[in-house]
Design a protein around this ligand. Structure first.
Ligand SMILES: Cc1ncc(COP(=O)(O)O)c(C=O)c1O
Length: 385
């Protein structure tokens, strides 16, 4: 099948945002109080829901405008010395690294595990033997959760703070009673969409409260703090979540479980069907020690080699199917970042950058759309023999 210009392309991703009529009750509540930002009732309701989900006191949670600013402010709140070395995977979205640079530190790019595609505590230990590392920022790659008990052990043994960039892992990454710091994204493309938004969860005493203060310019609002209320306690920014975004987040929360189940089922079906068609020539991300994904938002796999990826991309293009080389180029291959970073040995990340491909995945994919994806994979397999 060849795709003509007027043919409908199968999109890579379609945001799962709540319909206007589902938002209306929340917006009416907001408007009735005339409270539109500055930690209003809806933000507080969303935060108290998160606090009970994570079984943490309210001080252990704060919303922010997005995960990128959440990561940057967590780093600022940790008060590391300027120019600290922050270890992160070479295979991640650019925001993990830009948050480190903007916080005044140096990203140190590490490899990932070849099976889970995660930066693991073992990789971090190895990096610490090679170079001074002052903080670690593992990423929940494509939503795959980490084993937080293992990271808490790393933190305790090494005395190095760990901040998990859990942008894509809402509903999959939990603390399960361990100590830890997590930063989630509530972007429109994530499993709990608020349009834009972020969530910081931390058991580190005072950390989430400090991030909250920094997200409100750094202004002191605590009458018992030994500083006038309204005075600047530190130089922050404006990274508050608005009531409008909280309204979307609350409406999304109402349907989260049902949508997560549907995402998981669609993902499992596609993996099973594509594996069968491809004669097991596709390699999928393996669950790490933190368990499996509860609400996948993308589907991607490793092809046998670079040529195979190019062939499947061409096949998909001809059939009007959008694909994406997720997290590519690698961070070290972008000159703007390369000059800010230190680089360790990253063979598995490099292999992923040559062979990984994302296919369309979204709730509400029609049978015709999934059939077109299957047909392209089938034709790619036929062409490869
Ligand atoms: C790994 C990772 N970190 C950070 C972010 C940034 O999240 P936000 O868009 O909420 O700033 C993303 C966004 O997709 C991401 O995938």
């Amino acid at each position: 099948m060849t795709c003509s210009p007027e043919m409908d392309w199968v999109p890579l991703l379609v945001p799962d945002m709540p319909a206007p009529q589902l938002l209306m009750p929340w917006l009416e509540r907001m408007h009735a109080t005339r409270h539109y930002s500055n930690f209003g009732p809806l933000v507080r309701e969303l935060e108290s829901g998160f606090a009970s989900q994570f079984a943490l006191p309210a001080e252990g949670i704060t919303t922010v405008a997005n995960a990128t600013q959440g990561l940057e402010l967590v780093l600022q709140a940790l008060e590391l010395a300027a120019g600290s070395h922050v270890l992160l995977p070479a295979f991640t979205f650019v925001a993990t690294a830009t948050a480190v640079v903007r916080a005044g530190h140096v990203p140190v790019l590490a490899d990932v595990d070849p099976h889970s595609w995660l930066l693991t505590p073992e990789i971090a230990h190895k990096a610490c033997r090679e170079m001074r590392i002052d903080a670690v920022m593992p990423v929940t790659t494509f939503g795959m959760p980490h084993d937080m008990t293992a990271w808490a052990r790393f933190e305790a043994d090494m005395g190095i703070p760990v901040v998990v960039d859990a942008a894509a892992a809402y509903g999959s990454q939990w603390l399960h009673g361990a100590q830890g710091t997590l930063v989630f994204s509530l972007h429109a493309t994530k499993s709990l969409p608020a349009g834009e938004g972020g969530l910081v969860v931390s058991t580190r005493p005072g950390l989430a409260s400090k991030v909250r203060q920094l997200s409100n310019f750094g202004i002191n609002l605590d009458a018992s703090a030994g500083l006038p209320v309204g005075a600047l306690a530190s130089v922050g920014t404006n990274a508050k979540m608005s009531e409008y975004h909280a309204a979307i987040g609350l409406a999304s929360l109402d349907v989260w479980e049902q949508h997560a189940r549907q995402r998981k089922a669609l993902h499992a079906d596609m993996v099973q069907e594509l594996s069968r068609l491809a004669d097991n020539r596709l390699v999928w991300q393996k669950p790490g020690p933190g368990g499996e994904m509860m609400a996948p938002t993308v589907i991607c796999m490793q092809l046998p080699d670079e040529q195979a990826r190019i062939a499947l991309e061409q096949q998909c293009r001809q059939a009007g199917i959008t694909t994406r080389r997720w997290y590519q180029p690698l961070l070290q291959d972008m000159p703007v970042l390369r000059r800010e970073c230190r680089l360790l040995h990253t063979p598995h990340a490099e292999e992923l950058s040559r062979t990984l491909l994302g296919l369309p995945f979204f709730l509400g994919m029609s049978a015709a759309q999934t059939q077109r994806v299957r047909e392209s994979v089938r034709q790619w397999v036929a062409g490869a023999h």
